[in-house]
Design a protein around this ligand. Sequence first.
Ligand code: FES
Length: 185
Amino acid sequence: MIRDNTALPNEEDICLLESINSKDILRIAKNHNGKLGGLITILGDIQSEYGYLPEISFRIIADETGVPLVDIYGVATFYRSFSLKPQGKHLVCVCLGTACHVRRATMVVEELERQLGIKVGQTTSDGEFTLETVNCLGACAIGPVVTVDGRYFSKVDTTKVKAILEKVQAGLLEDEESLAAASDG
Ligand code: FES
C-alpha cells in the first residue's frame, strides 16, 4: 500500500510534534469556559504553560467553547503578551518609545542583537533568550528601559548589556539588589 505523505497531520500528530498535551489544553478551556473574560484567561493559562500559544490550541478552544477560530486568533494577536511562536526561556524587551529612543535605546538593541547573535523577534538557538522591542513600558523617566521576564532595568546603555545577560543566566533575576546594581552601576 502506498502511504500518502501529503495528507495533513491530524490533531494527535500535531500535538506530538509540538510536545503539546491536548488534554491539558482541554482542561484549561473547560476551567474557564463561559466565565467573564474566559477566552483571555484560557489563552493566558496556555501561554503560561507552553510559553506561547500553539496553533492547535485554537482548534481545541474553538471546539470546546464554540468561539469562532477567527475571534480566538483576533484576541491572540491583539495582545502583545501573547505569542504565536515558541519563545525562549527569558524574554528580553527593549523599549523603543520616544523617551527611550532619544536616549539611544536603538544602540542597546544592536548590542543585545550582537551579544545574543539574533535579531529582534528571534530566539537564540539554545532556547534561552527571545529578543523583542516595545513602544513604551510606562517608565519613560528612567529610560532607556529594558525588561527581562517582566523585571525592569533602568537607564540601560550598551556597557550594561553584558552584565544584565550574565545576571539573568546566573539565575539572579529575583535578586532586586543585583538588578539595581546592573541598572545603576
Ligand atoms: S518610552 Fe520607554 S518607557 Fe516610555
